[in-house]
Ligand binder design. Structure first.
Ligand SMILES: [Zn+2]
Length: 332
C-alpha cells in the first residue's frame, strides 16, 4: 500500500474504479452463494443453527451486514435480475435490502427498473409510492431473550425484520453498555406491563424507596429466570426417587433425565459437526433422542442430548426424510 503514495493521480483513479467493479462482482457472487446455502440450509451441517449465525460467527460479518446480505440474498433468489443489477452497479446492497419486502412477481420488473441508480432516499420515496399502506415507522420489536448467541436474535439489523430461521432481536441488540456491568435496556412494552411495573413500584416502595424501576425489573427478571429454570430443567432440590419401570412405553421423559441432560449439556445445543465444532445455541433447545423414540430409543441420559430446534429438525429429516417431516409439520 506504501506504493500508493507514489502513484500518479490517473493511476489511482483507474485502479480504484477497477477495485469498485471487482467489489460489485464479488458482492453479487457472495449473495448468490449465500442464497443457495441458505435455501439448502447447509449451515446446519456445519454446526450453525441459522444462516445468520454462520455469517456472523464463521465469516465475521457484523450483525447489521449479515442481516442485510441475508435479506438481499433471499430477494435475489426470488428475482435473479437483482444480481445482474448489483454486478453492473445499478443497484446497491442497501437498496436491495430496503426493497426486498416490497417486491412481488407482478411488480418486480417495473420496481427494479425504477430503482436503477437511485439513492437510498429516492428508493424510500419509491417504496412509499408502491406500498403506501405499509407503516414506514421503524419496526418495534418485542423483548426476546435469546442470550445473543446468534440464533433467533434475527435482527440487530437496523429496525428491519428478516424472515426465516434467523435470530429475533437479541438481548445484545437491546442493551447499550454504559460502564462495566451496567447497561441501558431498550424495550417496548404493552399497557399491561406498564401497569404492572407501576403497581410493583408502589408495592415495593418500602424496599425501594426511590422507586427505581430498574431495580423492579431486575427483581422481576431474577424471579422469572429462577422459575423458568425450575420448569425447564426440572431443577428440584430433592429429586424424586426414580419411579419403577412401568411396562408401558410412554413419550413422557422423566424429570431426572431432563435435569441430567440439561446439566450435562449446559443448556445448549450439543450438535457437533464433522470438524468437531459444537453448535452451542441456547435458543429453543429441545430434547433429542440419538436413537429415535419411534425406533425403540430409550428415555435415558445416554440416549438423549439437547438440540436447538433447527438442529433437532435437521437430524429428524436425516433420519426420517425431508418429505416425511414436512408432512408431519403440516399435519401438526
Ligand atoms: Zn444447534
Amino acid at each position: 500500500m506504501a506504493s500508493l503514495r507514489r502513484a500518479k493521480k490517473r493511476q489511482l483513479l483507474r485502479e480504484l474504479s477497477q477495485v469498485v467493479n471487482e467489489d460489485r462482482e464479488n458482492t453479487a457472487k457472495m449473495l448468490a452463494y449465500m442464497g443457495e446455502i441458505d435455501r439448502r440450509r447447509l449451515y446446519l451441517e456445519d454446526s450453525y443453527p441459522s444462516m445468520f449465525a454462520m455469517c456472523t460467527k464463521q465469516f465475521g460479518m457484523s450483525e447489521a451486514i449479515a442481516g442485510k446480505r441475508i435479506r438481499a440474498s433471499r430477494a435475489a433468489c426470488r428475482f435473479p435480475r437483482i444480481l445482474e443489477m448489483i454486478r453492473r452497479g445499478e443497484l446497491h446492497l442497501s437498496g436491495v435490502h430496503q426493497l426486498a419486502g416490497h417486491l412481488t412477481q407482478e411488480n418486480h420488473e417495473e420496481v427494479l427498473q425504477r430503482a436503477k441508480h437511485r439513492s437510498m432516499r429516492e428508493i424510500e420515496v419509491l417504496i412509499a409510492e408502491i406500498s403506501p399502506q405499509v407503516d414506514r415507522e421503524p419496526v418495534l420489536r418485542e423483548l426476546v431473550m435469546d442470550g445473543g448467541d446468534g440464533t433467533p436474535g434475527e435482527d440487530g439489523f437496523e429496525g428491519t425484520v428478516v424472515s426465516g430461521p434467523v435470530p429475533a432481536s437479541s438481548v445484545k441488540n437491546l442493551t447499550i453498555p454504559l460502564s462495566p456491568r451496567r447497561y441501558r435496556l431498550h424495550v417496548t412494552i404493552g399497557q399491561q406491563a406498564k401497569d404492572a411495573l407501576e403497581e410493583l413500584r408502589d408495592l415495593l416502595s418500602h424496599q425501594i424507596p426511590d422507586g427505581d424501576s430498574a431495580i423492579v425489573v431486575e427483581k422481576a427478571l431474577a424471579l422469572l429466570l429462577a422459575e423458568t429454570k425450575k420448569r425447564r430443567s426440572a431443577t428440584v432440590k430433592k429429586p424424586r426417587a426414580k419411579t419403577k419401570k412401568s411396562a408401558k412405553r410412554t413419550r413422557v421423559i422423566p424429570a431426572h433425565v431432563w435435569r441430567s441432560v440439561f446439566e450435562r449439556d449446559g443448556g445448549r445445543c450439543a450438535f457437533i459437526d464433522e470438524n468437531g465444532r459444537r453448535c452451542g445455541s441456547a435458543w429453543q433447545v429441545e430434547l433429542h433422542h440419538c436413537v429415535p423414540y419411534s425406533r425403540e430409543g430409550p428415555h435415558s441420559v445416554e440416549n438423549i442430548q439437547l438440540r436447538c430446534r433447527a438442529h433437532n429438525q435437521f437430524e429428524a429429516e436425516l433420519e426420517f426424510g425431508e418429505a416425511f417431516m414436512a408432512e408431519r409439520r403440516q399435519s401438526a
